[in-house]
Design a protein around this ligand. Structure first.
Ligand code: DCP
Ligand code: CA
Ligand code: CA
Length: 571
């Protein structure tokens, strides 16, 4: 960007603030381009919409999605009736008697797959909730997005949670700009640092429901505005396609980076779209509590609020870069200093790579013997196989079984084994590994009754790159479960297995030789375990019961854990 013609006051400038170089950077989706266009699309009251559409209800029918005794998502009709986002089923009925409460599907010992059931409350102690239906809907929506966005102009999509995705529209917008405005085609005789001509005087359509701008800024429309409006037009089209095909509404935010796009999408809901003009960024941000900013919701945010004794973003603005750096460290200080000014260069990465998945449960009374435990291993395996359907072309290479005789309070014993690369990755393969690992734990340690059991698959590899062997795996299958009757109390715990000390055992084809023993007898750590550890854990939620910060994928299981703990505390 060149500041050559700054300070001309309200008289329309002849040249843009931007150069051909900025345009070139836009084409490459470079985060350094001041013309960058990033969008975040987030589904409105996602689980509630899934249920409302599935049940064929109208939007104005209040609906809540129930998980055991709690309501974990309510639609906008219920919010209009004054209900908070999370509450108990009893409170929901009291405050809004006409509300429809739909329980999430559950796994049940003895059944072949998860199902919607009318009698969950009679089986609270043995059912395990399943998010598969919502994951499936998320997948369907995502495939519409991938189909609609042009590959030629390389729009990049990043799934950022079960119901939201970022799109880097920069390259696509560049393509459209050049199609629509011939004056932007580079003249080879000109220097790349030449200022662009001004955009033509336009009757401007922002393609949004809410525009954030600086009302005092009289500099007029420039190419960054045109770029954002083209981005908004694309997002509007995407949202429209999703609605036509799935009947789900979502809200969109369009701005120059991920942090701002996310804030914008949350600003007006439901079914609304917000665009932040670059000139409006300081004003837009000044109202926020800084912990709302992506990246400041967790520990770093807590540190900042403790150090500077404030939650308000505006209170941080007078703090100098050097003070930030001396308090928070060079890198973190600089990062926070920029972030609160709306500067964020993080890239939209086309795929969030899940590194591991865990399926888990606590039991009270504990599982009596290996037979009971095997029934639950089958459910865990089916749960994990269902979730792996999202992982097209990637498969885990390690499976571990974690066994904690006294639940969260340990000790925990874990064993892991390599998943044979040549084998079909199905319930038979995973069960065979899991069973032999559990048997080994049971042979080596006093193990029954057991209060917490889990399996974890990890070290995901791309099928093509990892071995070169072409095999079939993960064709969607019916889960095969034949479960014994189990008396164990259901429900998950949140825990983190100790880091595996050794790498996987033999990954050779066909070898089912399990068991590199890891951390036997180590103290059980009472910390949150992210069931789907991604490189970039994005969405965190504050649990209404304990204020712990929980990733989206763990929320249901976390509430499950509270439920189990409440039961324990009252018994
Ligand atoms: N979720 C949950 N418990 C929470 C928060 C979220 O189970 N405390 C689940 C249910 C939500 C889904 O994750 O439908 C997506 O979470 P969002 O934060 O995007 O919230 P919603 O989509 O429900 O509502 P909004 O319209 O505010 O986006
Ligand atoms: Ca949402
Ligand atoms: Ca969301």
């Amino acid at each position: 960007m060149n500041a050559e013609d700054e300070g001309e006051g309200p008289i329309p400038k002849k040249r843009s603030r931007f150069t051909f170089r900025d345009l070139r950077l836009l084409e490459r989706s470079s985060s350094l381009s001041p013309l960058r266009v990033i969008a975040l699309v987030d589904f409105d009251c996602f689980y509630a919409q899934c249920e409302s559409v599935r049940l064929g209800l109208t939007e104005d029918q209040p609906l809540g999605v129930q998980q055991f005794l709690h309501v974990i998502c309510i639609n906008y009709a219920a919010r209009a009736a004054g209900l908070p986002k999370v509450l108990t089923a009893v409170e929901a009925k009291e405050k809004c008697p006409e509300i429809v409460l739909q329980h999430v599907p559950t796994w049940r010992a003895g059944d072949e797959t998860w199902a919607y059931r009318d009698d969950v409350l009679e089986h609270m102690q043995t059912d395990k909730s399943s998010l598969d239906y919502y994951r499936l809907q998320s997948r369907l929506a995502f495939s519409i997005v991938e189909k609609e966005l042009p590959t030629r102009s390389k729009a990049k999509v990043e799934k950022a949670g079960i119901d939201e995705f970022f799109v880097d529209l920069s390259s696509h917008v560049h393509h459209t700009l050049l199609q629509r405005y011939a004056e932007l085609v580079v003249d080879s005789s000109e220097s790349i640092d030449t200022l662009l001509p001004r955009p033509p005087p336009l009757i401007f359509d922002w393609h949004c429901d809410s525009l954030v701008e600086d009302k005092d800024d009289s500099s007029g429309i420039d190419w960054d505005d045109v770029a954002l409006s083209i981005g908004a037009e694309i997002v509007q089209g995407l949202r429209q396609r999703i609605y036509e095909q799935l009947q789900y509404t979502c809200s969109g935010g369009v701005a120059r980076n991920k942090v701002l796009a996310k804030l914008a999408a949350g600003k007006n809901k439901p079914n609304k779209q917000t665009v932040i003009r670059n000139s409006g960024i300081p004003h837009f941000l000044s109202d926020f509590r800084f912990r709302k900013l992506r990246g400041l919701g967790g520990k770093l945010g807590t540190r900042v609020s403790t150090l500077f004794a404030t939650e308000q973003l505006s209170d941080l603005l007078p703090i100098s870069l050097s003070t930030m750096q001396s308090e928070l460290g060079l890198e973190a200080g600089q990062w926070v200093f920029h972030l609160i000014r709306g500067i964020d260069h993080s890239a939209v990465t086309s795929r969030t790579q899940i590194q591991s998945m865990m399926s888990q449960k606590t039991f009270s009374p504990g599982l009596k013997n290996i037979g009971e435990a095997t029934s639950w291993l089958r459910i865990f395996v089916a749960d994990i196989l269902g979730r792996m359907e999202d992982e097209d072309g990637r498969r885990p290479t390690v499976l571990s079984v974690n066994h904690a005789i006294r639940g969260r309070f340990g000790p925990m014993h874990s064993k892991q084994a390599g998943i044979p690369w040549g084998a079909q990755l199905d319930s038979k393969c995973l069960m065979s590994l899991a069973q032999s690992l559990l048997q080994k734990i049971s042979d080596e340690h006093p193990s029954w009754p057991c209060q917490a059991l889990s399996i974890c698959v990890s070290n995901f590899k791309d099928q093509e790159t990892a071995s070169g062997s072409i095999i079939t795996f993960l064709t969607p299958k019916k889960r095969i479960l034949s479960l014994d009757d189990s008396e164990g109390v259901a429900d998950s715990t949140l825990f983190e297995q100790k880091k595996l000390k050794k790498s996987a055992a033999s990954l050779d084809n066909g070898l089912l030789e399990p068991a590199v023993s890891i951390d036997d007898g180590t103290k059980f750590e009472e910390r949150q375990y992210s069931t789907e550890t991604t490189l970039n854990p994005l969405e965190m939620y504050t649990c209404p019961k304990c204020t712990e910060s929980i990733s989206a994928d763990d929320v249901l299981e976390h509430l499950d854990w509270h439920f189990a703990k409440d039961l324990q505390d009252t018994s």
